[in-house]
Ligand binder design. Structure first.
Ligand SMILES: Cc1cc2nc3c(=O)[nH]c(=O)nc-3n(C[C@H](O)[C@H](O)[C@H](O)COP(=O)(O)O)c2cc1C
Length: 321
């Protein structure tokens, strides 16, 4: 089973792409606090017939890649012609390869047949996958998919459509489009991918702790784990997964302070409330670690200095007046 982990080798660890969250500010923060995944993946570039998809946010993740670790460029689209055109353009940049998004559940994206919409058109998905495979060099073609549109039983056919193109890496968000971001991830589906795909398979979906990761590794034995919300909440999980120590309260304070600083650097037009609103995109995945009183204040905060103070106090035992 090539998609499976060699149990003597630690699993590969990847940061999941998250539009407006795993951006350059977040990448720079992880670099500064020395919590690095084995590779990054950009949030998706939208590929349409008429538009070249070079949106600035994901593009900066590539050209200003702070840590020099590989970065994959992700494309979301529904026509082979546009995807090939944009894949070719992106391959001129310093990327590890191209990843096709077969999971985005946005109604707007799906209405155009892209993201998870491709799960409803498997012949088209197969055609696109084969075309990208033919164009991309060895090692540079990968897919990130959900396990079906409505039901996990769809996944074996999805897998067939994808595996015909021999991807170099497969990342499975173990949920259907119907489940969006909640509900139990289906381990059996990822196990199926590990058994059938002839490439490294990454498991993705609600890995928030060492216990979650351990369960995936024991029951599914993927070659790697891709983690999104869990790393925004606690980037030091990467260190723990590599056998290191858990985050101390001081390190979490440093993380929040660094993120606040980096976030402020990347606003198009700086306003204090805009800065706080940007921070709240990340904090949405962190509030559960704060006392209710702190969450209440953070959600309403419009002053970055006050936000910084609340974040520091909160982790040290919240008692802000
Ligand atoms: C706000 C947000 C934005 C996302 N943007 C993308 C994206 O651009 N491309 C993609 O493949 N997945 C995207 N995802 C899905 C994540 O990559 C990941 O598959 C999902 O959150 C489950 O993993 P997690 O539980 O570790 O976060 C997004 C998820 C969230 C919550």
């Amino acid at each position: 089973m090539i998609g499976q982990a060699d149990s003597s080798v630690p699993p590969m660890l990847a940061l999941a792409p998250m539009q407006d969250v795993t951006d350059l500010a977040f990448m720079r923060t992880l670099t500064r606090i020395h919590c690095l995944p084995d590779f990054w993946m950009t949030p998706y570039f939208r590929s349409t017939r008429t538009t070249c998809a070079m949106s600035e946010g994901p593009l900066r993740c590539i050209v200003e890649n702070p840590a020099g670790i590989p970065v994959w460029a992700q494309l979301a689209g529904s026509t082979a012609v546009a995807l090939l055109r944009d894949a070719e353009a992106l391959m001129q940049l310093p990327v590890a390869g191209i990843n096709l998004n077969v999971g985005c559940p946005s109604p707007l994206v799906n209405r155009h047949g892209a993201g998870a919409g491709l799960l409803r058109k498997l012949p088209l998905l197969r055609e696109i996958a084969l075309a990208l495979r033919a164009q991309l060099p060895p090692g540079a073609w990968s897919v990130k998919c959900r396990i079906g549109w409505e039901r996990a039983e769809e996944f074996s056919r999805v897998l067939d459509a994808l595996c015909d193109s021999h991807p170099d890496m497969l990342i499975v968000h173990a949920r259907t489009r119907k489940q969006r971001y909640a509900g139990e991830p289906c381990r059996a589906a990822v196990r199926l991918a590990v058994q059938h795909a002839r490439c490294p398979v990454f498991a993705n979906g609600d890995i928030q702790s060492m216990d979650d990761a351990g369960e995936w590794l024991q029951t599914v034995q993927p070659a790697g784990l891709m983690i999104g919300r869990g790393l925004v909440r606690n980037p030091y999980l990467l260190r723990q997964l590599r056998g290191g120590s858990a985050a101390t309260p001081g390190e979490m304070q440093e993380y929040y302070a660094t993120l606040l600083e980096e976030t402020g650097r990347f606003l198009e037009r700086y306003t204090p409330s805009g800065h706080c609103n940007r921070m709240k995109k990340y904090l949405a995945f962190c509030y559960r670690d704060f006392p209710t009183e702190a969450e209440y204040k953070l959600r309403r905060c419009i002053d970055p200095s006050e936000m910084g103070r609340l974040l520091q106090l909160s982790r040290a035992g919240f008692s802000a007046s």
